[in-house]
Design a binder for this molecule. Structure first.
Ligand SMILES: Cc1cc2nc3c(=O)[nH]c(=O)nc-3n(C[C@H](O)[C@H](O)[C@H](O)COP(=O)(O)O)c2cc1C
Length: 319
């Protein structure tokens, strides 16, 4: 089973070079980051969630989220919403024409999202969730669903939900093995990811709580999933993709940051680049001791050349 990590997989007729994916992370999985993890071995990486409703305004914020170009091998966009017709219009729109895969967010636990009947609220409205999948499928694109196992331990619905996803035409499901009320804490409940895998014949990916190679192996072994999706740890240590997939890399965290500075500089304005690189650098520093003062300088820094100097000091040009 462990040998399966890092192998190729077909999803809806698209060949992924590995079954290790990078999850959508709002505020983090921008184009330069997705490009980098693909290079390091990820089968693909998802945009952060984009409101299906906001697409009709085509404002600057949304177009930043949707930025991609042909360097990204497989282009996956994640949509959030609750109205099937709005999803259908978004999925067929020119703005999403370049994306190969539409992922539907059925897992976001945030109160405002739930109130709007979006994200994990759809776990409690299976007929609506089904209509949303069918609506996206009418675009002719490959469609995946990212969901949790239920709202809470008393209402675990993953078996019925996974079957509904397959019957409605989904090409793949990613199961985050936590309930909505667990938010982002606690060990994932492997047995329910396993139940989803046993209930359908489309690929099932497992997500939640993977912070090391050992966690990845445990996830695959205990769930029998077809692949894994990394989230927070993928952002903290993108080199894990190279480790898990056997993709050769001589990168250090410092070289990755310099690469990201360059790619982000090609696509975004300076303010965006500064904000993004600061976030990435602070994730990279999570396990470095004694960084309090330099972190403060990092957060305050206001231009790219100063940023480069600080990053050089923190990462010693080689870590
Ligand atoms: C800051 C943050 C932003 C997130 N944004 C999204 C998102 O846009 N779409 C989504 O489906 N999940 C989102 N998630 C959930 C992750 O994709 C993932 O399911 C969750 O973090 C569990 O995986 P982990 O324990 O490996 O981090 C987000 C999580 C965090 C912490």
């Amino acid at each position: 089973m462990i040998d399966k990590i890092g192998t190729e997989i077909m999803i809806g007729g698209i060949r992924f070079k590995s079954n290790v994916l990078m999850a959508p992370l709002a505020g983090y999985t921008c184009f330069p980051f997705r490009l980098m993890v693909e290079r390091l071995g990820a089968g693909s990486a998802y945009t952060e969630m984009v409101s299906s409703d906001a697409l009709k305004y085509n404002d600057r914020a949304t177009s930043k989220l949707l930025y991609t170009d042909d360097r990204e091998r497989i282009k996956c966009v994640q949509l959030l919403g609750s109205v099937p017709t709005v999803f259908e219009r978004a999925a067929k729109s020119e703005l999403l024409a370049k994306f190969d895969i539409i992922d539907i967010n059925m897992g976001c636990p945030v109160p405002n999202v739930i109130k709007a009947g979006e994200g994990s609220a759809l776990l409690d409205d299976i007929p609506r969730a089904s209509k949303i999948i069918e609506a996206c499928k009418r675009s002719g694109k490959v469609v995946s669903v990212k969901c949790r196992i239920g709202m809470n331990r008393q209402r675990i619905v993953i078996e019925e939900f996974a079957r509904m996803c397959e019957a409605s035409g989904a090409d793949m499901i990613t199961v985050h093995g936590r309930t909505r009320d667990m938010m982002y804490e606690g060990r994932p409940l492997y047995e329910y990811i396993k139940l989803a895998k046993q209930s359908v014949s489309i690929p099932v990916f497992a997500n939640g709580g993977i912070y090391s190679k050992e966690d990845a192996e445990e996830m695959m072994e205990k769930t029998g999933a077809d692949g894994i999706m990394l989230a927070r740890y993928g952002f903290e240590n993108p080199l894990i993709f190279s480790e898990l997939t056997g993709t050769p890399s001589c990168d250090t965290k410092y070289s990755l940051l310099m690469e990201q500075l360059e790619t982000a500089g090609e696509c975004y304005d300076e303010l965006y680049v500064l904000t993004y690189i600061k976030k990435l650098a602070s994730y990279f520093m999570k396990k470095l001791p004694g960084t309090k003062q330099i972190k403060q300088r990092l957060y305050k820094c206001g231009n790219i050349s100063e940023l480069k100097n600080i990053l050089g000091e923190i990462f010693d040009n080689k870590r």
